[in-house]
Write a protein that binds this ligand. Structure first.
Ligand code: 9D3
Length: 221
């Protein structure tokens, strides 16, 4: 899979995606990830990427020309173009699974008060937010989305890390887990987990997962 990111803050991407599972996916050639600086597509003397909104109002907008030029250079016929902004639909595991099927993707990170509407109308296939809180720009959301997608790509996770038994895949929170020692500072591991009775353990885990979900995330039920 190839993922391109268009951003005003390319420096923010050094680090998080060079570690651990993402690093391995890139080394294995499973993920081709490239950062592009939006400013490189501004051609006036001051490399202007933002302007004040027509009609007035607070803040600045990203002007359309650099974004149009970047999209025209960086995309092919089937590239999925995704804007990152607080007005997008909220990213979740179902969207991650869907995007993990896409071969080429361009994530456009927002900034200031947002995008000129013509960018939405002409260029964007989708618009995503990562949740209802205000960040300074879309760079962290881009990294969150790349991380969530990458671990779903075939061959990225080893057997130990395999993703199918996890929260949000089966729609419930995880059951409580314990490791050695069986007693720690007077706190004991539930007896059933030490019993070796696998049917009973499975039942206990299913009940606990349901209980945790009902208590903490009833919206998932
Ligand atoms: C109208 C006031 N603001 C909307 C709440 C304007 C605004 C604030 C911050 C516009 C953009 C931003 C920067 N944030 C993003 O670009 C962003 C974001 C976010 O702030 N939260 C969750 N997901 C995302 S994806 C992109």
């Amino acid at each position: 899979m190839r993922i391109e990111v268009l951003t005003l803050f390319p420096g923010m991407f050094a680090g998080p995606l060079d570690e651990s599972i993402i690093k391995r996916a890139r080394e294995k050639g499973l993920l081709d990830f490239r950062i592009h600086n939006l400013r490189d597509y501004a051609h006036d003397r001051h490399k202007t990427v933002d302007e004040r909104p027509f009609g007035g109002g607070p803040g600045m907008l990203l002007k359309p020309e650099p974004i149009f030029e970047a999209v025209e250079k960086l995309t092919r016929e089937n590239t999925r173009v995704i804007l990152l902004s607080p007005s997008g639909r909220t990213f979740n595991q179902a969207i991650a699974r869907e995007l993990a099927q896409v071969h080429d993707m361009l994530l456009i990170s927002g900034h200031y008060e947002g995008f000129d509407e013509r960018v939405r109308e002409c260029l964007a296939d989708d618009e995503l937010s990562i949740g209802d809180y205000v960040l300074t720009n879309g760079a962290l959301p881009a990294m969150v989305i790349v991380d969530a997608i990458t671990r779903l790509l075939p061959g990225v996770l080893g057997d130990d890390e395999s993703s199918h038994e996890e929260s949000f895949s089966h729609g419930l929170l995880e059951y409580p887990q314990y490791t050695r020692p069986a007693e720690f500072r007077g706190m004991k591991v539930p007896e059933v987990l030490l019993s070796g009775n696998h049917a009973q353990i499975a039942r206990w885990r299913a009940e606990e997962a349901a209980r945790q979900t009902k208590e903490r995330r009833p919206d998932l039920l």
